[in-house]
Write a new protein. Structure first.
Length: 322
């Protein structure tokens, strides 16, 4: 009897890449676009293996799983999966941590340059017939003159820091799990969050969503930053308290923001951020490129294949070993 691989949701045209890896192993892929908890339970309760992208695989969904041997997330972050609930049922959760590193780093730099050079605002002005200097000169910056605070020095954070370094920025780096010597060895200055907030002209976030990082950018932390600071977030939307960011943008405390992620997603159409000329928002697309997506899909399927073959599982993030 074929083993059931339940795919809770996906943003691809089909599951051909995954099937090419798993069908030869006797697996049947059942893909859905689950929106509700009950839809997830109906799909996964009898699944042998589960793949998920953005669906909320919470404790109730996991609790209903009768024989699941692995949950794999398409991507790096796993905040949509209840890791403790999975561990309690001895279900390992795996991710793909080496996916889209360069794409997200490139997107970060592109959005940062768009803020510092006011590109979107200026293009809009030209297209509406304004051929003059329509922006406050104090909002036009050269990266060489700026201090950039990079929060998170994992694979993506490191590549972001290297890109800013190439533009001759002063780069401060905070990561509580990376030794200061390693940061120095890469040519950057290790700093605590207090220094990041106090000295940075631009703060860019590259950390996971955890109990410690959720809404880390809020009224209190924004008050510690320079007047006119720029905020860039390509990690998770809930790292930023949205209402506090809006207030800071309105007051001028924050002179601009670039976001590839929002809280919630998709962003509400009446959110004031959408009407602000000093805010750039893209639709959680920083990871995208043909090569990156192909690698993600194949790597995700290969993690399931390891479970099918009874091999050691790579990148288990919830401590369950099989």
């Amino acid at each position: 009897m074929a083993k059931k691989v339940a795919v809770t949701d996906y943003t691809f045209d089909n599951l051909g890449v995954e099937e090419s890896v798993l069908k030869p192993l006797g697996c049947e892929l059942v893909g859905r676009q689950c929106k509700t908890e009950q839809e997830l339970i109906d799909l996964t309760h009898d699944a042998d293996y589960v793949i998920t992208q953005f669906a909320r695989v919470n404790a109730n969904v996991i609790g209903a799983m009768e024989k699941c041997r692995i949950i794999v997330r398409y991507g790096i972050g796993v905040d949509n999966v209840d890791l403790q609930a999975a561990a309690a049922k001895d279900i390992p959760v795996c991710n793909v941590p080496d996916y889209c590193i360069d794409e997200v780093a490139d997107h970060t730099l592109a959005m940062s340059l768009s803020l510092t050079r006011q590109l979107f605002y200026l293009v809009k002005q030209v297209k509406t017939g304004t051929w003059k200097f329509p922006v406050d000169i104090n909002r036009m910056h050269g990266l060489k003159d700026m201090t950039v605070g990079v929060v998170g020095f994992g694979r993506i954070g490191r590549e972001v820091a290297l890109r800013f370094k190439a533009f001759k920025c002063k780069v401060l780096v905070f990561d509580p799990v990376v030794e200061a010597g390693k940061i120095k060895g890469e040519g950057f200055e290790p700093a605590d969050l207090a220094r990041i907030y106090a000295e940075s002209d631009l703060v860019t976030l590259h950390c996971p969503s955890t109990a410690q990082t959720k809404q880390m950018i809020n009224a209190q932390t924004l008050a510690k930053m320079k007047d006119g600071v720029l905020i860039v977030n390509l990690s998770r939307g809930d790292l930023v308290h949205t209402d506090d960011l809006i207030a800071a943008l309105r007051s001028g405390k924050v002179s601009g923001a670039a976001l590839d992620v929002t809280d919630p997603e998709p962003i509400n159409p009446d959110n004031p951020l959408l009407a602000m000329d000093n805010v750039i928002i893209t639709n959680h697309i920083a990871s995208a490129s043909p090569n990156a997506v192909r690698y993600l899909r194949k790597s995700t399927a290969e993690r399931v294949a390891c479970a099918v073959r009874g091999e050691a599982l790579p990148n288990v993030v919830n401590g369950v070993k099989r």
